[in-house]
Design a protein around this ligand. Structure first.
Ligand SMILES: [Zn+2]
Length: 129
């Protein structure tokens, strides 16, 4: 077991954070560190990421008033995340975003989470929902 550490500075709050990850092989640590440092100029800490996420969610809620989803509490929470991804995917297309916000089946989002773009397009253009 090897542990990689990288010190990164959040581009939003300027806080320095130690990010770490465990690896089974020592050589994996180095390539992970290099990768992390390469993206260091875009690093956002967990706290700021959460804040950004919440802001984004409330912006969408205000603007589009998305349908409440049907499903268990767990399904709904998961599907809301997937729906947000879908909305971001079609950020330039208001009509599709409005359509996405009209869908209310949590399981639908979960079922198509890996194939979201196509599923939304098929549902929107071909009525396959
Ligand atoms: Zn931060």
């Amino acid at each position: 077991m090897a542990r990689g550490n990288v010190e990164l500075q959040c581009t939003i709050c300027n806080e320095t954070v130690m990010v770490w990850k465990k690896f089974s092989q020592k050589w994996q640590v180095k390539s992970w560190q290099d990768e992390m440092l390469e993206d260091a100029s875009e690093f956002v800490c967990e706290h700021c990421e959460k804040e950004l996420h919440e802001k984004e969610v409330s912006r969408i809620n205000e603007k589009y008033n998305p349908a409440s989803l049907n499903g268990s509490e767990k399904q709904v929470a998961w599907a809301e995340d997937i729906r947000l991804k879908a909305i971001k995917m079609f950020a330039n297309d208001e009509k599709i975003i409005k359509f996405i916000c009209s869908l209310n089946d949590a399981v639908w989002f979960i079922d198509y989470r890996n194939n979201l773009e196509t599923a939304v397009q098929e549902a929107y253009f071909n009525g396959k929902y």
